[in-house]
Structures are given as C-alpha cells and as structure tokens.
Write a protein that binds this ligand. Structure first.
Ligand code: KG4
Ligand code: ZN
Length: 364
C-alpha cells in the first residue's frame, strides 16, 4: 500500500509518500518534503500561529506536488525544468495511479495550521476518491521508529510490541506503554512545560534563536559540567515530569552575571543534564516495572545525540536487556513521513466528511 501523507500541526508544511508491503513490518519512504517557516519565528523567539498558518497556505500545494514527483524519482532539478501546468499534470497522474490513500495529522496542534492540512487532505480524498486516515501527531512521532534505515532501530529487535514510548517534542512530554499499534496506556506526562519547550524558553533567556534545542546541544557538547540544575519530580514514584521551574532557576542563576559564551555553554550543559536525567530515570523505571525491553523515543528532542547516548548508557547498567530506538534525525522532528508510517501500521480510514481538525486531541 502507498500513502500520501500531510503534516501541518505546527510551523512545518510536510508531504510524504510512504509504502508498506504486506509481508513487511516496516515503512519505506519514497519521498519526504518539509517546508518550514522557522526562520520567521526565529525573529520573534517563538511561533506566531497566524504567521505559521499563512505560510502553510502558500506552501501546501507546492510541497504536495514535489512529494508526488519525488516519489517517482523526479528530482528537484528536473522539477524546475517543468512549468507549473506540467508539474500539476504529472502530480495528478501519480496521485490517481499510484496513491492508495491519504493520511493527515488531525491533531493536536495549532488550529489554523491543522486546518490547512486537514481541509487539503479532505479535498484530495473527495476529488480523487481515495480513503483518508486521520492521524494523531504525537503517536506518529513514536511510529517514526518503524521507518526503514533508522539509526537505532526497533526493527533490529525483530519484535515491534510491546514497547515503552517516550514522546519529547516542543509541546508535549508523555510516557506510554504500547501493546499494539492501537492499544496503549498513558503512564504520565509533563505537568507544565514540555521538554522541548523548556529548552526553547531557556534558550530565549540566553539570547539563542528559536528553536533552541539544536544550538543547546551543540553548546552543551563544548562544555564540561560545572553548574547543576534540578528537575523537581525526579525522585517521585509516578511517571510525571515538571520542567517549568528550570526557567526560574536559570534566570536566578544568571542574574547579574555577564553572559559570556562560556557561561551560556555551561547553562546549556546543565539544562540538558537536568532534563535528560529525569526523562531517562522514569522511562527506564517504567520499562522495569512493566517488564518491557523495547524503549522507543520520538519527537524533536529525541534528535539529540546526547540524550540517545545517555539512554543507552543508563540502560546498559540498569536494564541490560533494553533496546533503545530513536528515529533517524529527519524523522524525529515534525515531518509527514511519520504520519504516513502510523497510518500504514494502524490503517483506519474514516468518512472524509467526518474528519475535522482537533487542536486539543489528547490520549483517550
Ligand atoms: O517534534 P517537534 O519537531 O515539534 C513538535 O511537535 O513540537 O519538536 C520541536 C522541539 C523544539 O522544542 C526543538 O527545540 C526541539 O524539538 N529539538 C531539539 C533538537 N532538535 C529539535 N532538542 C534538543 N536537541 C535537538 N537536537
Ligand atoms: Zn511534533
């Protein structure tokens, strides 16, 4: 089966063409195109929803056309040689002939942004008479681990379920136990800021541009541990997290200090340590408690190499049977391939007129 998938929950506009063969457990990406308006938001230090949606309205059709053409091996150089009507004609043919269904992020996310993807997907489904699958953005982050060629892949373990899933994105931090693609239990989550949000907000205090996660990772790698901050819920028995206090602690730590490069790097290092320690401790504890060996990470923060390495190290000493899996970097941050991957592994089409954008979608 081949799916065209769309993702527009935040500031990215993504379209992908993904495939799963009946006898395979994994998903192949035939094309994956992502346009981002993050440079616009870098100036404002955070996303302005109206700006993000306006950019998505402009980007969605060109991104879909490119994803369709790329999926048939027509590269971007070759696309440039075609005029608009030729591009549309080819995309139209590919959609008609090769695409079996359309998947789209239905939530959670920014309402204006979600609507761009959802309404476009509904229109394509109606016009081309293709089934449509609404996809939960957060669950899709975990299912990015089932895309072929991931670096630390669950696919190497040969067994997909059960697994403990840790979602660490810009807006969410959640721990779940999955028994199958559609059967899962929510174990806990953040009570305030998400892990990525804490990185981005402290980044803003330090004068880094948005989103701050990648720069914090780079700076932290250049610094020996000196300062130390704490995540409040680290020693509780539940699976909840709290990261909002870190902003205050760090604001106090740097107040009246001259923000040198060294001090910024030091704060970045200590911030990562504080966030990662609690994420790792609680995830490993959940795996031990529920006697589960597969741990899957997903979401933008899971692109962080230090987080992946620290997970591996802790698992080695505390739960040697554990296998840690994280998506390839391209599929860790928001992308449409993961939306298609989840739709292929949990194929549940819905009548197109029943699909709507669900900004507050959570875990039922
Ligand atoms: O999953 P994502 O792309 O979007 C949401 O669904 O929110 O996650 C974005 C978050 C941002 O907070 C960004 O700072 C963080 O992921 N991020 C990282 C890295 N790359 C992106 N955090 C730490 N290290 C990274 N390398
Ligand atoms: Zn996301």
């Amino acid at each position: 089966m081949i799916i065209l998938s769309l993702e527009t929950s935040c500031d990215e506009t993504g379209a992908a063409v993904v495939e799963k063969k009946d006898n395979e457990q994994f998903v192949r990406v035939l094309s994956n195109v992502t346009a981002t308006s993050s440079s616009l938001h870098a100036k404002t230090g955070g996303i302005i929803p109206e700006f993000a949606a306006r950019e998505q309205i402009k980007a969605i059709i060109p991104v879909i056309v490119r994803a369709l053409l790329n999926s048939e091996g027509i590269n971007n150089e070759a696309i440039k040689q075609l005029n608009n009507s030729k591009q549309f004609e080819r995309a139209n043919e590919i959609l008609k002939k090769s695409i079996d269904a359309i998947a789209v992020t239905s939530g959670p996310g920014l309402i204006g942004s979600l609507l761009v993807g959802v309404e476009t997907a509904k229109t394509l489904s109606f016009a081309f008479d293709k089934p449509i699958i609404p996809v939960h953005h957060l669950l899709a982050h975990l299912f990015a681990n089932f895309i072929l060629n991931t670096e630390y892949s669950i696919l190497n373990t040969g067994k997909m379920f059960p697994f403990i899933g840790l979602i660490v994105s810009g807006g969410h931090t959640d721990l779940l136990l999955f028994e199958s693609a559609s059967k899962f239990k929510w174990l806990g989550g953040t009570r305030d800021d998400a892990a990525g949000e804490a990185l981005d907000k402290v980044g803003r205090i330090l004068g880094l541009s948005y989103p701050a996660g990648p720069e914090i990772e780079r700076r932290a790698n250049n610094q020996q541990p000196t300062a130390k901050f704490h995540s409040p819920l680290i020693n509780t028995e539940d699976f909840d997290f709290s990261f909002s206090g870190l902003k205050t602690e760090i604001s106090r730590f740097i107040v009246k200090k001259h923000l040198t490069e060294r001090l910024i790097n030091e704060v970045c290092h200590a911030l990562q340590e504080a966030i990662f320690a609690v994420l790792i401790k609680k995830t490993i504890r959940a795996a031990k408690l529920y006697k589960i060996n597969n741990i899957l990470l997903g979401g933008g923060v899971s692109a962080n190499q230090t987080l992946r390495q620290q997970f591996e190290l802790t698992a080695k000493s505390q739960l040697p049977t554990a296998k840690i899996s994280a998506p390839a970097k391209t599929y860790a941050t928001d992308n449409a391939a993961m939306i298609g991957a989840y739709a292929l592994l949990n194929y549940k089409p819905v009548d197109w007129h029943k699909i709507t954008a669900l900004p507050d979608l959570y875990f039922d």
